[in-house]
Design a binder for this molecule. Structure first.
Ligand code: M6R
Length: 593
């Protein structure tokens, strides 16, 4: 994970780097650091904490031609000041920031130690700095040294590098971890994504793997590693604006993003239905129809959305399997002769999925990526892409992206089936979501109770089981309350042993088919002293249910239900004083395995 920035020629360098790092904190926020070019040695500021604390250390009057910055999600070494980036090579010739993981760092560390290089940190990054310095000392040229180092490095990296004494050029290299160039008339920029650069430039170039080079005030030079040839680059623009990252009066991004759900559904309808017909690529629909196995791969919340997608596509008679990407990456199972892989990822940069793509490419099977991030690695690697059009999601806990994923999978299934009823049904869901938003005071009251607990259970059957898994993930990641999502019928096979006096058990009731057995499960936990909170659909509601949401078709019931769960997690975290948008130990885009 980690976020990196760099710039040459920027008049507001200090604020570009600091404000830029703040927008990248979703990528990690264990520690942060900056380096500015300076005569004898770069000026370096590092802190085992968030960027706003780092900001206080850097003089307002600081001026420099070149600067780099980093916000860290620790992989190798604890989040201490020593391990915080930027890291400096043994003789101080190179100062760099890194996003990624070097797989062969032990071997390189040994090799460089044997050559007399000293290491001061526990990071894999220091190995890169020393390796580049070593190669530079052999070759006398930074680009040649970079190229040689890239040949020796195994793993993922986005690097931004200051070469001591070169006041004009800022060097970079990329493999697997994302890195973009922002090109302006009198300054050039580098960053892990668009956000830091939006205020400064309109033209962007997304570096591809094995590219390296430098930016200066008025030049961008990109080289491809194989052949060492100068790459032809063409700039593109982005639909994102700095307004997209405004809180617009909300106290947290998570709350803002929960309440954007209705718009997300509207955008998807507009993009995939023209009022008469669905607008999916016919080749994609043919590929799905012709495949004998659909294999979903995803992680976290996106995985939970795939479970819903499985139900939608199985209802059309397709054979569908869903795997957690980090498992399938090492234990791939393919039973069909003609499978289609479907990767679902909000960020489009998740390392576990990128690993899976390598397997898929090896077998030469087609790949559909469903992502919120146009131009991301997983978008670029796919044969087909479906965009989620959810707008940028900043809170680490995914909310509107899940709504978008489920909605898009419903639209895709309806297009395959030729079912036009889905569109009015989705408008109905939009109305239901507005009613859920009006219930906020109820959620706050329940959160008062949940906030005092250390364990919670979510139960459901069918679609309600799928939503229980997502509800439970939301609660644990932002409130740090241990929770589990379970199929109602599975409880008595073991987990019921955990139910005690006042244990919160949140039960979803959306399907008439299983309303009776799930209510029996309710009685079972009630009899053991549990504090039951029922979230039901109107037509299945009973007097004591805590939250009753408007009816929508069962296959879409996860949309209002998940919104309730997101609110409950949000308000519970608020009452516990947790850092809602940036929960501990997590990062938004998980770019390491
Ligand atoms: O960007 P992706 O959808 O590939 O990310 C997958 C998970 O890392 C992500 O959903 C994670 O579980 C979120 N923190 C959930 O809120």
């Amino acid at each position: 994970m980690c976020g990196i920035v760099g710039a040459v020629g920027c008049r507001q360098l200090r604020s570009y780097l600091i404000d830029g790092l703040k927008t990248l904190e979703y990528r990690g926020y264990d520690s942060s650091g900056l380096a500015f070019s300076h005569e004898e040695a770069p000026l370096i500021y590092r802190i085992p904490g968030r960027v706003h604390l780092l900001e206080e250390m850097v003089p307002l009057s600081l001026e420099a031609g070149i600067g780099i910055g980093h916000t860290r999600w620790a992989t190798h070494g604890a989040p201490t000041e020593t391990n915080a980036h930027p890291h400096i090579s043994h003789s101080g010739l190179f100062t760099l920031v890194h996003n990624g993981v070097i797989d062969n760092y032990r071997a390189l560390h040994q090799m460089l130690s044997d050559l007399g290089y000293q290491f001061n940190t526990e990071t894999d990054t220091e190995v890169i700095a020393n390796l580049i310095e070593h190669n530079y000392k052999q070759m006398g040229d930074v680009l040649k040294a970079l190229r040689q180092s890239m040949k020796m490095l195994e793993g993922s990296y986005a690097l931004v590098i200051i070469h001591q004494g070169d006041d004009e050029r800022l060097f970079f290299a990329k493999n697997h971890s994302p890195l973009l160039i922002g090109h302006g008339p009198d300054a050039n920029f580098l960053a892990s994504d668009y956000l830091p650069m939006l205020k400064h430039v309109k033209d962007f170039y997304a570096l591809t793997d094995h590219q390296f080079g430098y930016i200066s005030k008025d030049e961008v030079a990109v080289f491809d590693l194989p052949g060492n040839s100068k790459a032809k680059i063409s700039y593109h623009q982005t639909d994102l604006t700095s307004e997209d990252i405004n809180l617009e009066g909300y106290p947290h991004y998570m709350l803002k993003e929960i309440e954007e759900a209705d718009n997300v559904i509207r955008h998807l309808i507009d993009n995939y239905h023209d009022g008469r017909n669905y607008l999916f690529n016919p080749k994609l629909l043919d590929t799905i129809t012709a495949s004998d196995q659909l294999i979903f791969l995803a992680c976290g919340t996106s995985y939970h959305a795939c479970l819903i997608g499985k139900r939608y596509l199985e209802a059309l008679g397709k054979r569908v399997d869903v795997y957690i990407a980090s498992e399938w990456a090492y234990y791939p199972v393919i039973t069909g002769k003609n499978p289609l892989f479907i990767i679902v990822s909000q960020s489009g940069e998740t390392a576990d999925l990128i690993h899976c793509v390598k397997n898929i490419k090896q077998y030469k099977f087609p790949l559909l990526t469903i992502t919120n991030t146009k131009g991301s690695t997983l978008d670029r690697e796919a044969n087909f892409t479906l965009l989620l059009f959810a707008g940028i999601e900043i809170a680490v806990a995914s909310t509107k992206a899940y709504v978008a994923q489920v909605t898009l999978l419903a639209l895709l299934a309806a297009a395959l089936k030729g079912d036009s009823q889905l569109i009015p049904d989705l408008y109905h869901v939009i109305e239901a979501l507005k009613k859920v938003i009006d219930m906020k005071s109820k959620f706050e009251k329940i959160a008062d109770f949940l906030a005092t607990k250390e364990n919670a259970f979510y139960l459901g059957r069918g679609f309600d089981y799928d939503v229980s898994l997502e509800a439970s993930l939301k609660l644990k990641e932002i409130t740090y309350i241990h929770s589990e999502g379970l199929p109602g019928g599975e409880l008595k096979h073991g987990p019921i042993a955990l139910i005690d006096k006042d244990t919160p058990v949140i039960i979803f009731v959306s399907d008439s088919l299983t309303a009776l057995p799930i209510r029996s499960n309710l009685q079972e936990v009630l009899a053991r002293g549990a504090h039951v909170i029922v979230i039901s659909s109107q037509s299945l509601a009973k007097g004591k249910d805590a939250i009753v949401v408007p009816d929508v078709p069962v296959h879409l019931s996860v949309l209002p239900k998940v919104m309730v769960a997101q609110y409950l997690a949000y308000y519970t975290a608020l009452k516990r004083g947790a850092n809602i948008d940036k929960p501990r130990n997590l990062a938004k885009s998980v770019t390491v395995e």
